[in-house]
Design a protein around this ligand. Structure first.
Ligand code: NDP
Length: 336
């Protein structure tokens, strides 16, 4: 039957396209349901300097186009349509797309990735790539000798802040709550780093600047001992002026102020694109659960990349997971 494939890959980021290169080269008839916005998060970045093989770096969209061409060169079929639903109860698995078509696959690889969780405040979205970033290892070098803030209180935020100390003059870590969620060791490293200032109990209300980031509007909730900037593990009160900010309004409960900065790194977590996969087990944050290498709870359904990986979240690790899933599928189909 024309519409029966050996493997259907859902998603066309580095995980999905790498999986396709491997499955097609293993002579498995491969269909990629790539999504109407194909290519994943690398389509939204500029220069990628940490993907091996490109000594001077490569633009994110160019890297994705190269991967797509490589998958097509080996014979994979890529559809720029969205996945709607799958019936995984028996093989071949039936996959429906948003153009009312149905395809069948002996195995499926889910590689739909994750989206950065953004703050959702005015001024943020239009400045992505103009001072707003979600990846310090990718974009840090553009902020040499500049002042930046990092938003978040988990391990990602700690890591982003530490990475940024290699480039920026000053890094201010801004967290909405009274305590961090990050591991003790990461918190310790951050507190001991003289380049990092920490502002707790503070929400980012707006990203300021006409064409690029020039500052942020902040609101600090006054709790317990008051406002706190920690330095060297000490809990100090502060005035916005002390850290280069400007007071706007203040009352007993909150202080509104603004801070001039050149860049903001948002590190408040990721949202996996997994909601459409009914019957596939997920963790409490929606990341698809992995049982042994790249297997999901359903024998003929595999997973690769950021839709299951809340830890590394890199293009190169997603590509690696894609390779692993493809090799697992090849083994599974040979055993059938
Ligand atoms: P987490 O979910 O651990 O932390 C997210 C942080 O962002 C929390 O502090 C949360 O605040 C804050 N936050 C969430 N939504 C908002 C919002 N709308 N506005 C402001 N702040 C917000 O995500 P991470 O990406 O940090 O970490 C994910 C996983 O990856 C964790 O398991 C972590 O340990 C791991 N990891 C490990 C690393 C390492 O060991 N080197 C490096 C990076 C990640 P609140 O606390 O108030 O909810």
């Amino acid at each position: 039957m024309e519409n029966v494939y050996d493997v259907i890959i859902i998603g066309s980021g580095p995980a999905g396209l790498t999986a396709a290169i491997y499955t097609q080269r293993a002579n498995l008839k491969t269909l990629i349901v790539g999504g109407r916005k194909w290519g994943g998060q690398l389509q939204l970045t500029t220069l990628v300097e940490n993907f091996p093989g490109f000594p001077e770096g490569i633009q994110g969209p160019d890297l994705m186009m190269n991967m797509r061409k490589q998958a097509e060169h080996h014979g994979a079929t890529i559809l720029d349509v969205d996945f709607v639903s799958g019936d995984y109860s028996s093989t071949p698995i039936k996959v429906k797309t948003d153009d009312d078509k149905e395809y069948q696959g002996k195995a499926v690889i889910i590689a739909t990735g994750a989206d950065t969780k953004w703050l959702g405040v005015p001024g943020e979205q239009e400045k992505i790539g103009r001072g707003v970033s979600s990846c310090a290892p990718c974009d840090g070098a553009f902020f040499r000798n500049k002042n930046v803030i990092v938003a978040g209180g988990g391990d990602s935020a700690m890591e982003e802040a530490l990475v940024m100390t290699k480039y920026a003059t000053e890094v201010t870590l801004i967290h909405r709550g009274p305590q961090f969620r990050a591991s003790e060791i990461m918190q310790k490293r951050v507190r001991e780093n003289p380049k990092i200032k920490i502002v707790m109990n503070t929400e980012i209300k707006e990203v300021l600047g006409e064409f690029k980031v020039e500052g942020v509007k902040l609101q600090t909730a006054v709790r317990g001992s008051g406002l706190a900037v920690w330095k060297d593990n000490k809990d100090n009160n502060f005035s916005p002026e002390e850290i280069g900010g400007q007071k706007l309004t203040a009352n007993g409960q909150e202080l509104n102020w603004q801070l001039p900065i050149d860049g903001i790194f948002v590190a408040i977590g990721h949202i996996p694109n997994s909601a459409v996969f009914e019957g596939i087990e997920k963790d409490e944050k929606g990341f698809i659960k992995v049982f042994e290498h790249t297997k999901t709870n359903i024998p003929h359904v595999y997973v690769a990349g950021d839709v299951h990986d809340n830890e590394y979240k890199q293009g190169i690790t997603a590509a690696g997971f894609g390779c692993m899933a493809a090799l697992e599928v090849e083994k599974y189909l040979m055993d059938q």
